[in-house]
Design a protein around this ligand. Structure first.
Ligand code: CTP
Ligand code: MG
Length: 247
């Protein structure tokens, strides 16, 4: 399948708190985005890599231009677009810039900069085997409960009350790259534009939009190395991973 990878890198990185877009934050002396791009290209799955950047960020744009120079002949086409104000809008900006002939699209968070090549391969293999949508997942290590804000007298005891416990064996934490046939991703994001603001805000990944279409989403094994660098603690983990891979 002729495959594109849309790299969403347009976020501001509020929770990381570096006062710069997360994609530009140094990890092992290089911007997070650089690690993400290297990993994607090394996997060899992409005919096109389309990066959604924070609008107006000249530094990251230059980084992409320099990386394009580094790419060998026969390497992927690297394109850059302005991202949007939400992750989904950044994905849509990427979709709009896909080249002719793309059959499958992987949507990948720049923040999952250390994703192993094997994860890209498992996602692509599943698409080749006939999946319309596939996500990498890992088991959940914590017990996960539902809660609601406490009301009345209980509010003095604690701010929240447990309303249920999920069966952990059935839970998975979801990562990227998420893979889709082009038609599936187009339909999913077209449907997303009909959602109201509150519904749209509850959409945290692309697979969720595919689920809303009633299309089957398949799950393959992800990797703990694909952690999303979100908080300062995650950056410490990522620096540790650069020292040497997990066993
Ligand atoms: N993203 C994007 N466009 C947005 C928001 C997010 O391309 N408008 C991307 C981020 O760059 C990141 C991925 O989506 O690679 C996952 O988002 P998240 O981890 O939330 O990153 P940020 O939004 O940058 O972080 P924060 O929410 O802490 O501000
Ligand atoms: Mg965010």
């Amino acid at each position: 399948l002729v495959t594109a990878v849309i790299v969403v890198a347009a976020g501001s990185g509020q929770r990381l708190g570096y006062g710069m877009p997360k994609a530009a934050v140094p990890l092992g002396g290089e911007p997070i985005l650089m690690h993400a791009l290297r990993g994607i290209v090394a996997s060899g799955v992409a005919s096109q890599v389309c990066v959604a950047l924070p609008p107006g960020d000249e530094g990251l744009r230059r980084l992409c231009d320099d990386f394009r120079e580094e790419l060998a002949d026969g390497g992927p086409l690297l394109t850059v677009v302005d991202g949007g104000s939400t992750r989904a809008e950044s994905v849509r900006a990427g979709i709009a810039a896909l080249m002719e002939g793309i059959e499958a699209v992987l949507v990948h968070d720049a923040a999952r900069a250390l994703t192993p090549e094997s994860v890209f391969h498992r996602v692509c293999d599943s698409l080749v085997a006939g999946a319309a949508a596939v996500i990498p997942v890992v088991p959940v290590v914590d017990t996960v409960k539902m809660v609601a804000a406490t009301t009345g007298g209980d509010a003095a005891v604690a701010p929240e009350l447990v309303t249920g416990t999920a069966r952990r064996e059935e839970l998975r934490a979801v990562q990227t790259p998420q893979g889709f046939t082009l038609g599936t991703l187009l339909r999913a994001h077209e449907a997303a534009q009909a959602l109201d603001q509150q519904q749209a805000a509850a959409v945290t990944d692309d697979a969720m939009l595919v689920e809303m279409l009633g299309t089957a989403v398949h799950a393959v094994r992800g990797s703990t190395q694909s952690l999303k660098i979100t908080t300062p603690l995650d950056l410490i983990f990522a620096e540790g991973l650069l020292e040497g891979p997990l066993g």
